[in-house]
Design a protein around this ligand. Structure first.
Ligand code: SF4
Ligand code: SF4
Ligand code: SF4
Length: 456
């Protein structure tokens, strides 16, 4: 069915137009809804319908989809439609070396979580979220107008590396059906320059050659090569879960850095759920904030920089140093081995966060639907927290999620061990260091989850 959908001339574009319409409605529903009160914003983020959909359902769904199915969000992403449209009428300049390095994606993501989320609260203040989405659309359009093909998706999109890395775990893949057909194919329509700017059946504008695809990271599943291939030689098929991560993956420095930030972010997301682990985690940023008398509106910036950049960088660097000097791995291979080893645990915990978020927001739905703006509902809830009580969630759903959380963390660890087993290490010591690193990282989550979800 998926392959039929991908081969159909208009189906994916129609879905993209629908998601574009939904995005415009979400922006409309968030514009003008704002507050300066940070406590009020913590409730408003769930009572404003647009904000609730974007951060508690749409975003977690993207994470879940990437882990299980690969970059299917990209298939229906309206930004791709926008940037490709402007690419058709733009200057079509070739991207330079820095743009092609992937660092813009990493920097863009870091700016969003440090400044956007933890300084400007785009995840809590609906109007700020709307402005953020408008800025994203504007950047996608401007990049499309200046650079050739689909530069925004390939080298700028702030979630590009995240979707790419998580899609290594997916059990779906897009590949050519028969490489021999490609070898004898004279026209190479899937990469031909003449097809780059066709409306339907474009050749790949993500700098890929379908025949050479080895893993899921870079293919955004736009489906254009399906339609351009005159030999019907491209398909989406099943593969073993996480099959891609067991192949010989080379990560760029930009991807490695991106993952270091993501893992810090996921540690924060899970550990901040339990009072004790949150206190431990916040000790360093609180110390820095107090020591340097940081003003209240910059405290979030310091917190995010410390937790998502500084501490994770120290953690990985310490492990890599040991790998490099005791086990003679090169810097790059030591970092790559650790990132790929720790990726399944991070993804499993990101998945858990998605489950926690989507379920914990269920009590807000009644309010968000009856009062889409959410201001009055937020006032009501602040004055009477009992309004959110939900017996079924408390007695059935949350206890079930507690068990799932432990299972997920263990599955993450098992896949991590399997990745390490399959990796090429210089010696056994290097392998042992990877195993210990995965165990340390896993323990941080596991201990928190046991105390927070099982024993408390
Ligand atoms: S790379 Fe980013 S902008 Fe492009 S389709 Fe995927 S999510 Fe959308
Ligand atoms: S057009 Fe089809 S058959 Fe030809 S090289 Fe591309 S994928 Fe292979
Ligand atoms: S190989 Fe290129 S054209 Fe084909 S689906 Fe992937 S990104 Fe799109």
């Amino acid at each position: 069915m998926i392959n039929k959908l991908f081969k159909n001339k208009y189906s994916l574009t129609i879905i993209q137009l629908l998601t574009l319409t939904v995005f415009i409605l979400l922006i409309y529903g968030a514009i003008g809804v704002t507050t300066n009160d940070s406590d009020f914003a913590k409730v408003l983020r769930n009572t404003n319908l647009s904000n609730l959909i974007v951060w508690s359902y749409w975003w977690p769904l993207i994470i879940v989809t990437a882990i299980f199915f690969g970059r299917f969000w990209c298939t229906i992403c309206p930004m791709e439609l926008i940037t490709s449209f402007f690419g058709r009428i733009g200057l079509r300049k070739k991207p330079g070396t820095f743009l092609k390095s992937g660092w813009i994606i990493t920097l863009f993501y870091a700016i969003i979580i440090v400044i956007g989320i933890h300084t400007l609260s785009i995840h809590r203040i609906p109007q700020n979220m709307a402005i953020y989405m408008l800025i994203l659309f504007a950047i996608a359009a401007i990049v499309g107008l200046i650079w050739e093909k689909r530069t925004f998706c390939t080298y700028v999109c702030p979630i590009g590396h995240l979707l790419g890395l998580y899609s290594l775990l997916s059990f779906k893949k897009l590949r050519v059906i028969d490489v021999d057909v490609c070898k004898t194919c004279k026209t190479k329509d899937c990469v031909s320059k003449e097809n780059h700017y066709k409306f339907i059946g474009r050749s790949c504008t993500s700098e890929l050659y379908p025949e050479k695809l080895k893993d899921n990271r870079d293919c955004i599943l736009c489906g254009q090569c399906f339609k351009s291939c005159t030999h019907n030689n491209i398909a989406i098929t099943k593969q073993r879960m996480a099959a891609d991560i067991f192949t010989n993956i080379n990560l760029s420095w930009a991807e490695i850095t991106f993952f270091v930030i993501v893992s810090g972010f996921v540690v924060y997301e899970i550990l901040s759920g339990w009072k004790v682990s949150k206190e431990i985690l916040m000790a360093t940023p609180n110390f820095i904030n107090d020591e340097f008398s940081v003003s209240s509106n910059l405290k979030g910036t310091i917190k995010a920089t410390t937790l998502f950049i500084l501490l994770p960088s120290i953690f990985y660097f310490a492990l890599v140093i040991v790998k490099k000097y005791l086990a003679q791995e090169s810097w790059k291979s030591a970092y790559t081995q650790l990132v790929l080893a720790i990726l399944p645990i991070t993804a499993s915990m990101h998945l858990l966060k998605a489950i926690l978020k989507t379920t914990s927001r269920i009590p807000y739905w009644n309010f968000a639907i009856t009062d889409t703006e959410g201001i009055k509902s937020a006032e009501l809830i602040i004055n009477n927290k009992e309004l959110l009580s939900n017996n079924f969630l408390d007695s059935v759903i949350f206890p079930t999620i507690s068990i799932i959380s432990i299972i997920l963390s263990v599955i993450g660890l098992v896949i991590s061990f399997y990745v390490i087993k399959k990796q090429e290490h210089k010696n056994n010591l290097s392998k042992t260091i990877s195993v210990l690193s995965a165990l340390i990282y896993f323990s941080v989550f596991f201990i928190t989850l046991v105390f927070w979800k099982v024993l408390s």
